[in-house]
Design a protein around this ligand. Structure first.
Ligand SMILES: Nc1nc2c(ncn2[C@@H]2O[C@H](COP(=O)(O)OP(=O)(O)OP(=O)(O)O)[C@@H](O)[C@H]2O)c(=O)[nH]1
Length: 482
C-alpha cells in the first residue's frame, strides 16, 4: 500500500479482500447489506452533486471513518456483527429551492438565470417559456445578441439610407444572364441584393436603339487604395469578363441621366422579399418562388420600341430591369416567427391573424433600402435625372413607399398568379404545358406554377385583408393567359 493512503483506504481494502461473511443460506444474497463494490464506486467518484444539485452521501458518512457519529470501519474485522448495520444513502443538502429561499444573493442569481427546475415555492422562480402568443419579437432579440448592429439607437432619428454595392457578378439563369449585385447599407446588417437583367450591356453589336445601361454608381465609383485587379474582382468592369477581356469600369460607366433613350420604357422592377420556404423548399403555401421566377421571366422579355428615324416602324431591344431582393423574410417578422405563423394557420387562422396573434404586425417591411438601391442603379429620383420604374406588384404599400422616397413609378404592372391565369388551380399543369414563355430550369427559378388550397387561401387573404390590387378569381373572372 502507498504510504500516504488513508485509513479509509485501508479499511476499504480490508473489506474487499476479507473472506465472505458467513451466511446462513447456501446462496449469498444479491443485495448484500454492505456491497463493497458500491462503496468503492462511491468513494472513487467523490461527493455527489447531481443535476438537481443534491449532495449525497451515506449516513453515517463513510467518507470520514472517524467522523462524529460514524462507525470506524478500520476497526471492523471479519465476523464483526457491526457490519450488519444498514447504511442509508441520503441527501445532505436541502433542495435548491429551499436553499434559495434562505439566501437572497443566490435567489437573485437564480432569478437572473430563471433556471430553477422545480419551481414549487414562491421563492423559486419558475422557468419562463415564451408563449407563442406572447407579443415579443424573439427574433429581434436573438439578432441583437448575435449580429453587430449597424442600426441607429432606437431613440435617435434614423438618418438617410445609404447603400454600397460590394460586388457584382454574372449569373446565368434559365431566363438569361443576370448580374447579381450584393449591397451593404447603413440601416441594417443584412446583405440585400439586386438581380439586374440588362443583356444589352455586353452585346457585341451596338443596338439601333440604345437604353441607358443599368449600372451601380457605388460599384463603378473608385474606392480608396484599390488596384485594377481589386476593381475587376468586385465586378467593376464593363462588357463581358473573360480570360482575354477585362475592361475596368469608370464612374462614367454608370450614367446618371436617361439621355438617348427616347421611346424606351423605364426598366421593369420588382421589389421582392426573401421567402426561404417558397423559394428554396418549394412550399406551395405561398407564391413567392413563382413570383421571383415570373419577375425574372417578364424582365427578360424583349421590348418593342419605335425606331428613332420617325418612320413609325418599331424594333425590339433586349428586356431590361431588376429584382431588388430584400432579406425581409416572412414580411419582415423573420423565419422563426413565420414558421410559427404557419402552425397557427394550420389551426385555422389566416396569414394576417396569425401574425397578429404572434404580436407582430400584418406586414413589418420597409422599402427605404430598396429605394436607395434603385437610386444607386440609376432609377430615381423623380426629377428627370432618373429613369423611374415600371413596378411589378399588386401591393399598394410598395407603390406608396417608392413614391414617398421620390422615385417615379411610371406604371404598376400586376403580378397574376400562374394558377389563376390558368383558370383554376386544378389546371395549372395545363398552363405549364401550353405556356410559351416557360423555360425549364434546374431550380425553382424556371420551375412550375404553384397551386393548391393553401395557396388559394393565402392569395384571397392578401386581396381581401391586405388590399392587394388583384381581382379575385371567380367563375365570372377568369384570367386570360398572356
Ligand atoms: N408572415 C408571413 N409571411 C409570409 C407568408 N407567406 C409568405 N410570406 C412572406 O411574404 C413575403 C412576400 O410577400 P407577399 O405578400 O407574398 O407579396 P408582396 O411582396 O407583398 O406583394 P407583391 O409585390 O404583390 O407580390 C416574403 O417575405 C414571404 O416570406 C405567411 O403566411 N406569413
Amino acid at each position: 500500500m502507498h504510504p500516504h493512503d488513508s485509513d479509509a483506504d485501508a479499511a476499504l481494502l480490508d473489506i474487499l479482500t476479507a473472506a465472505a461473511p458467513p451466511t446462513k443460506s447456501k446462496l449469498p444474497r444479491r443485495d448484500a447489506v454492505l456491497d463493497p463494490l458500491m462503496i468503492a464506486a462511491a468513494l472513487a467518484s467523490g461527493p455527489h452533486t447531481t443535476r438537481n444539485h443534491y449532495h449525497h452521501d451515506f449516513f453515517p458518512g463513510v467518507m470520514l471513518p472517524q467522523h462524529e457519529g460514524s462507525w470506524d470501519w478500520s476497526k471492523w474485522a471479519p465476523g464483526d456483527k457491526q457490519q450488519h448495520r444498514r447504511l442509508t444513502y441520503v441527501s445532505r443538502q436541502a433542495p435548491r429551492c429551499d436553499r434559495l429561499s434562505e439566501s437572497p444573493s443566490l435567489l437573485s442569481e437564480a432569478a437572473k438565470e430563471n433556471d430553477c427546475e422545480r419551481g414549487t415555492t414562491p421563492a423559486c422562480p419558475r422557468r419562463r417559456r415564451p408563449s407563442i402568443l406572447t407579443p415579443v419579437d424573439t427574433d429581434a432579440k436573438a439578432r441583437a445578441k448575435t449580429l453587430p448592429s449597424l442600426a441607429p439607437a432606437p431613440d435617435s432619428k434614423p438618418g438617410p439610407v445609404t447603400v454600397k454595392c460590394m460586388v457584382r457578378t454574372r449569373i446565368p439563369t434559365p431566363h438569361g444572364s443576370a448580374f447579381l449585385h450584393l449591397y451593404h447599407n447603413n440601416r441594417d446588417a443584412k446583405e440585400h441584393l439586386a438581380i439586374v437583367m440588362d443583356s444589352a450591356q455586353y452585346a457585341a453589336d451596338a443596338p439601333s436603339v440604345s437604353a441607358p445601361p443599368i449600372r451601380s454608381a457605388s460599384l463603378d465609383a473608385v474606392w480608396p487604395g484599390e488596384t485594377e485587379a481589386d476593381r475587376i474582382t468586385r465586378g467593376a468592369y464593363v462588357g463581358r469578363l473573360s480570360p482575354t477581356s477585362r475592361v475596368v469600369s469608370t464612374p462614367a460607366s454608370a450614367p446618371r441621366s436617361p439621355s438617348g433613350s427616347a421611346g424606351v420604357p423605364p426598366p421593369l422592377v420588382r421589389i421582392h422579399s426573401e421567402c426561404f420556404t417558397g423559394e428554396t423548399v418549394g412550399s406551395m403555401r405561398c407564391d413567392c418562388g413563382e413570383q421571383l421566377d415570373e419577375a425574372l421571366r417578364l424582365i427578360s422579355q424583349p421590348i418593342t420600341v419605335p425606331l428613332p428615324d420617325a418612320s413609325g416602324a418599331t424594333t425590339t431591344i433586349p428586356g431590361r430591369g431588376a429584382v431588388v431582393y430584400l432579406r425581409q423574410e416572412g414580411r419582415g417578422i423573420g423565419l422563426l416567427s413565420k414558421l410559427r405563423a404557419y402552425n397557427l394557420q394550420d389551426l385555422g387562422h389566416d396569414t394576417v391573424t396569425a401574425n397578429l396573434l404572434l404580436g407582430h404586425g400584418a406586414d413589418e417591411r420597409g422599402y427605404e433600402v430598396a429605394a436607395a438601391i434603385l437610386r444607386d442603379l440609376g432609377m430615381g429620383p423623380n426629377d428627370g435625372t432618373g429613369e423611374g420604374v415600371r413596378l411589378l406588384t399588386n401591393n399598394p404599400d410598395k407603390v406608396d413607399a417608392l413614391a414617398r422616397e421620390g422615385l417615379r413609378v411610371a406604371e404598376r404592372v400586376p403580378m397574376v398568379p400562374r394558377a389563376w391565369r390558368a383558370g383554376t388551380g386544378a389546371v395549372a399543369e395545363g398552363w405549364l404545358a401550353t405556356d410559351k414563355g416557360y423555360t425549364p430550369g434546374a431550380t425553382l427559378v424556371g420551375g412550375h406554377a404553384v397551386h393548391g388550397a393553401d395557396l388559394d387561401k393565402y392569395l384571397r387573404t392578401k386581396v381581401l385583408r391586405m388590399g392587394h390590387m388583384l381581382p379575385l378569381l371567380t367563375p365570372g373572372n377568369n384570367y386570360k393567359q398572356e
